[in-house]
Design a protein. Structure first.
Length: 36
């Protein structure tokens, strides 16, 4: 149970990090498509 909480916290931090990156460093959509 605790392990799951830690995992969710990490996931949340990763999502917020990605969100900040997209907000403050806008990149062309082609860049995102290349990475997927």
């Amino acid at each position: 149970m605790q392990r799951n909480q830690v995992f969710q916290l990490l996931l949340f931090q990763l999502e917020s990090y990605k969100f900040q990156k997209i907000n403050f460093h806008p990149l062309p959509t082609s860049y995102y498509y290349k990475n997927y």
